[in-house]
Design a protein around this ligand. Sequence first.
Ligand SMILES: Nc1ncnc2c1ncn2[C@@H]1O[C@H](COP(=O)(O)OP(=O)(O)O)[C@@H](O)[C@H]1O
Ligand SMILES: [Mg+2]
Length: 321
Amino acid sequence: MTSPLRNKPFSVGTTFGINGIPPEVKTAGFEDSANPFVPKNDPTYVFRRETLRDVLNYLTTPGGDGLFLAGHYGAGKTSLIYQVASRLNWPLQAFTAHSRMEFDDLVGTWKLVQGTMQFVHGPLAVAMREGHIFTLNECDRADPGQLTGLHDIVEGHPLVIPTNGGEVIQPHENFRFISTGNSVGSGDTTGLYQGVNVLDIAFMDRFRMVNVDYPSVETERAILANKAGSLPEPIREKMVDIANNIRRLFIGNQEGVAPITVTMSTRSLIRWATLTLTYRNAPNALRYALRISLTAKAEPEQQIAIEQIARDIFGSSWSDE
Ligand SMILES: Nc1ncnc2c1ncn2[C@@H]1O[C@H](COP(=O)(O)OP(=O)(O)O)[C@@H](O)[C@H]1O
Ligand SMILES: [Mg+2]
């Protein structure tokens, strides 16, 4: 079951669909795509050169570090890791942290299995033993006290499981530790996020930090072309413009302007485009799809502000009915 050493070279440019990278630039992955823990391939995923480079550098030479991807919601942090793993056939274990998460949730617990008590290993233990990537999503929602057990693990030390008779799991050579979060570990500085904790600086010190911002205009145009290609291009381009205008008003981005407290994430932008297609025969498809994708979640004044941005950009094709 243990994954073999990384035995297959992948050409970075063709594997990740990035132009201008010579074919001899390669990264190592796995031959076997049938492992059930290899994430499903999303062929519409658009890789960004810089963030991809940081992830591949980490996977290739972790050097005793973890990798932390920080950024606003729906910017593409989690999916980036899954899609890189998918392309390289690198199996992955994931856990999404929350305020009641305990270290044992990651390591394993005794459970009643078909009438007998068995120790069932958690995703971290499995990843370490089998040589998978372990992803701790929303890492900054966890109680920092529960993360102290991870300090040594991130650095490459073995996992000791006292509750399973002192079992020792040596980290497999292909084990990697990647966290995602909305903050950079110093708590929520924006007032937007509920339940983001200040993480122990000693924990954060073990990570390389990569910021994942919302993608550039070119990248988001490419994403919408992949996800909602039957929507006319001028409409998709306007949607991307509107998303970026909303983001400019998003809290903390612009001095002296009443900030809005929701923003158009890449996730909601994709939803807006695909729902516009779903409702294309209804009157006001664009506007209705925008409402259920985003504006219905905003305060009434903010709804008006967001709709105004859309109306300004779409001009006469934006109905006022
Ligand atoms: N570069 C991209 N290409 C295609 N889809 C993307 C891209 N970035 C984000 N998405 C889509 O947007 C959604 C949100 O992305 P996700 O990675 O879950 O965000 P985060 O973890 O930052 O909150 C997912 O459905 C994902 O597939
Ligand atoms: Mg995520």
